[in-house]
Design a protein. Sequence first.
Lengths: 175, 175
Amino acid sequence: MSPKEEVVANRKEQIMNSAAALFASQGFYKTTTAHVAEAVGVTQPYVFHFFKSKEQLYLAVLERAYNRMSQAFSVVDAPPERLAEKMGEAFNGLLITHRNEMLLLMQCFTTPEPEVRKFSRETFSEIYETVLTRFESVGIPNAGMQASIFISCGLIITLSEVLEMPKLSPWCNPE
Amino acid sequence: MSPKEEVVANRKEQIMNSAAALFASQGFYKTTTAHVAEAVGVTQPYVFHFFKSKEQLYLAVLERAYNRMSQAFSVVDAPPERLAEKMGEAFNGLLITHRNEMLLLMQCFTTPEPEVRKFSRETFSEIYETVLTRFESVGIPNAGMQASIFISCGLIITLSEVLEMPKLSPWCNPE
DNA sequence: ATGATTTGATTTATTGATAAATAAATGACG
DNA sequence: CGTCATTTATTTATCAATAAATCAAATCAT
């Protein structure tokens, strides 16, 4: 495949990538389909050839983000005392490699669109259950609370990233 | 003042109250000024008599919410070992008496409007500094981290309220 | 009657979505 | 090999809906 062909072949992915960046920085409502199209270099109506609505595009991006995160967590391996720490590192890694997707995933619960709410509920539930089960399986005491704390770390890291306030997440700061 | 006069006298507050409820449940973008007006029982253009834009209305609601929270924290008094706990209770109290305002305050950082972002940054910074100073003044060790944790509790409680997933905030659950 | 309160009518702007047209690529077939 | 047919990719043009904001006029209380 020539370079151009390569580019064109994955239009759907390109659109999802641009959409992820825009949704993450502008949110669902301020991001227009025309914006997304422009970022990719196609026309606005063409976006609807791949996604039947703006909402479906948004959900597709979120879905991909969740899968990536789920996958990243599943491959973490560590002794019980180190498990939470290692999983935290996995999240921080994703925050570097797929920043937009992670920020999006951690903020999507504030988007009041019913379908998005449904996704949020299901997804946060799955994340919680996954982490909980993981913690329990290696015998971490008070696993339920630890799983909650784990998610709350993700939330405040997101807050600190969105507002550019590093002091709010002493976790990730040097030393 | 007659009942009607009483109602009318506080139109501005009424509007802010309805706006708080709608913004909290529908978010900034899905809440229209017509919606707010209808909830109060006035016409849509009249909202603009009190607030020069929808955004200013939103910010006014947020400001009031922050003042309430700030005030509630400032009156908390407890011995060092109990301070964080008591302040947490203060927040939970507000979550009962002024649920909409608190949920709004904890989610506003996801609204990409520049002015709102600015408010969020300033406000979360002030909350953090207030809590931090408070913790430090009574000699709580690792006050910075504790202050972060305090805020992250607020975030996950909000998440669990918005998504109606009580399991995510074991803090508030019975026993 | 005068000033505060409130409304009706309207404007302006934006945006998601559709449909029809065009261009480009692919492959069959003489 | 080249031409025609068919599919795939992409654009142009446009609609319909919604919502914020403006403004002049009307109502109401003192």
